[in-house]
Design a protein around this ligand. Structure first.
Ligand SMILES: O=C(O)c1[nH]c(=O)[nH]c(=O)c1Cl
Length: 312
């Protein structure tokens, strides 16, 4: 079966890659993704300066096994590290490179975008509007006018097809409002849905203590428990963004959830929590599982069923 796809004009041999933030902060991790069964790779969201991020423990899988909680706080090597990586990257390689940018201000995003545009590299830029874990920095994804204003500045600067990382929305009116903004920008080629479900709280029964240290234990939720919110956001934006694409992320632990994301409309599928827990070998497992599901159902390519979820 054919698991290949094209995102923002770049060809991926298979639909899978890492969720930004997981296995992608350092070159060694990115190299492991290059050598894995993934179809692509995306870097950890970059800020203008290097950041240590929040104090640990700041990521944990939940004892219940249904997901994870993180309040990393945007730890990253600073954007120049990723710009240098993008300069050295072998673009003849079968895997396209995505670069995630998450400036702490519009000015920082402008400076980082200008540097990448100046470098004129084949990598695809993705602006992260949805980090929920920087104390004192409300995420732009929930300030729709501010996100629109940022895009009005960034889209013309980027010129080429690019994407944005969105938080989960939980109200039909918000799907409508965000889609109206996204549809204003022709080169905004795709949206990645969803980022973690922000500011959850995990508490340990025995110690009666929050699991993670930052922000009184408040952190973004991921893993299987967010699957159905992720599917809704993928399908809501698939229905509302004609001519654009959706990358699905959230709750993919096997070929089954990947199949559901594609059925909901995803052109590619990213994996975070499960990749963090299982490591890059996971990609070979999940590709095999999706292939088996497709063979059983008689689908030869992901194109045949993308977005074809039925309603009653
Ligand atoms: O705390 C983080 O670094 C983080 N954690 C997330 O769950 N999503 C993000 O976009 C980021 Cl930037």
């Amino acid at each position: 079966v054919d698991l290949s796809t094209t995102i923002a004009g770049a060809h991926l041999d298979n639909v899978f890659f890492n969720a930004s933030g997981v296995w992608c902060q350092h070159e060694e991790e990115l190299q492991a993704l290059l050598e894995s069964g993934s179809g692509s790779l995306i870097t950890k969201s970059a800020t203008y300066e290097h950041r240590e991020g929040n104090p640990s423990p700041r990521y944990l899988p939940l004892p219940s096994g249904i997901g994870s909680i993180n309040s990393m706080g945007l730890p990253n090597e600073g954007y120049e590290y990723y710009l240098n990586y993008a300069r050295k990257f072998d673009y003849t390689h079968a895997k396209p490179l995505f670069i995630s940018l998450s400036g702490l201000s519009l000015a920082d995003n402008v400076k980082m975008v200008e540097a990448f545009v100046q470098a004129n590299l084949p990598c695809i830029l993705e602006v992260n509007f949805s980090c929920p874990n920087v104390p004192g920095k409300p995420q732009l994804g929930y300030d729709i006018d501010a996100m629109d204003a940022a895009l009005a500045t960034l889209a013309p600067l980027i010129k080429k097809p690019f994407g944005i990382k969105l938080p989960p929305y939980f109200d039909i009116a918000h799907f409508d409002q965000v889609a109206a903004v996204v549809n204003k920008y022709d080169n905004l080629a795709y949206v990645t849905c969803i980022n973690s479900v922000g500011n959850g709280l995990a508490i340990d029964l025995d110690t009666e203590t929050a699991l993670i240290k930052p922000k009184d234990g408040f952190g973004g939720l991921g893993g299987l428990m967010v699957l159905n919110t992720a599917l809704a956001n993928v399908n809501a934006f698939y229905r509302r963004l004609p001519g654009k694409q959706v990358i699905g992320v959230g709750g993919v632990v096997s070929g089954k959830e990947a199949f559901l994301h594609i059925l909901a409309g995803a052109s590619a599928v990213q994996i975070g929590t499960q990749l963090k827990e299982e490591g890059p070998a996971m990609f070979d497992r999940i590709k095999k599982e999706l292939t088996e599901i497709m063979e059983k159902k008689g689908y030869k390519s992901v194109e045949e069923f993308r977005g074809k979820v039925k309603t009653l």
